[in-house]
Write a protein of this length. Structure first.
Length: 321
């Protein structure tokens, strides 16, 4: 398949069954809930997993523009590398539309990434909207990346093999920080963007085709964007919508792994971002899954195709890191 293909196949049968009968079955639409209700539900549903064991988990507090905030660090089990070798690392921003999400709800995915990539993962508990609208979350993820680089020795990581990653809204935050390399003392080795939010354009093909998708609908995304941007005109800022960055900014971006799903309202913007990065010469691995939907990397226990996708996405990240 052409990597730029936006193909949508019939929904994977195991995924269809998970949507009907699994832990994500019958979830109310996010936009139908209050912020507090949505946060409680997200925590109940997505903090209930059991990711793979890692060698060690620790928490630190770091200084950010809005005050200190926690990060959770996952060190993978010993690899085949020498005992004195420092680990590669990924700074990870969770999903949740900038409104939802916690360190706990990201725990499974962080454990998977640490284990499969063979990297330390620094999970960021960034400030959430609407209490802390744009650009608070971007600032916190940037601060976490800079801190991880500064503290590389104490963390046992290689500062030259430090990447940035995220899922959904967190992937958009990762992309935004990756575009700020000219202003940073650290240049990420890779950006791993899993079904990223990159623009507010509800007329893209995937929004028209999957407006009423079960896990993330157009109305949900309209709700998330409304909570995130205190001033709607901020969408013109590439830190809010990285797809709107000019070519010169894109030219400074790190190599990318971008994962998209056929049945995701965010598909078109992910495909477009992969195309734009390639157009300016950035090495880009686009992993597209026509039969899957938003959040598929969190359903590897129930959907075989999601498990294969996890292997492919993390292998691509490991190769670049």
């Amino acid at each position: 398949m052409d990597d730029s293909d936006e193909a949508t196949d019939e929904l994977d049968p195991q995924l269809a069954d998970a949507l009907r009968n699994g832990r994500v079955a019958d979830l109310p639409a996010w936009h139908s809930l209050s912020v507090d209700e949505a946060r409680r539900l997200e925590d109940e549903v997505f903090s209930a997993g059991d990711g793979p064991a890692v060698a060690e988990v620790g928490e630190r507090r770091i200084d950010g523009p809005g005050g200190d905030f926690p990060v959770r660090i996952y060190w993978p089990a010993a690899s085949t590398e020498g005992a004195d070798d420092r680990l590669p690392a990924l700074v990870f921003a969770h999903g949740g539309g900038w409104v939802l999400g916690t360190l706990d709800s990201a725990d499974d995915l962080c454990r998977e990434f640490a284990t499969r990539v063979g990297a330390a993962v620094i999970s960021v508990d960034y400030r959430l909207a609407p209490e802390h609208p744009f650009p608070a979350a971007v600032e916190d993820v940037r601060a976490a990346l800079e801190w991880s680089h500064e503290e590389a020795a104490s963390l046992g990581i290689d500062p030259d093999r430090l990447g940035i990653a995220g899922s959904s809204a967190g992937a958009g935050l990762a992309a935004a920080v990756a575009l700020e390399t000219q202003d940073l003392e650290v240049s990420p080795a890779v950006q791993l963007l899993c079904y990223p939010i990159l623009d507010r354009d509800f007329e893209r093909p995937s929004y028209r085709e999957h407006a009423d998708a079960s896990l993330l609908s157009r109305a949900d995304m309209e709700w998330f964007w409304e909570k995130y941007l205190a001033d709607p005109s901020d969408v013109a800022d590439p830190r809010a919508a990285p797809l709107r960055a000019d070519p010169e900014a894109l030219e400074g971006a790190p190599p990318a792994v971008i994962a998209t799903a056929g049945h995701d309202v965010l598909r078109s913007e992910g495909v477009a971002y992969a195309d734009r990065l390639r157009a300016v010469g950035i090495e880009t691995r686009h992993c597209h899954y026509p039969s899957l939907a938003h959040g598929f990397l969190s359903l590897t226990d129930a959907v075989d195709r999601s498990a294969v996708a996890m292997d492919e996405v993390t292998d691509a990240a490991a190769e670049l890191l």
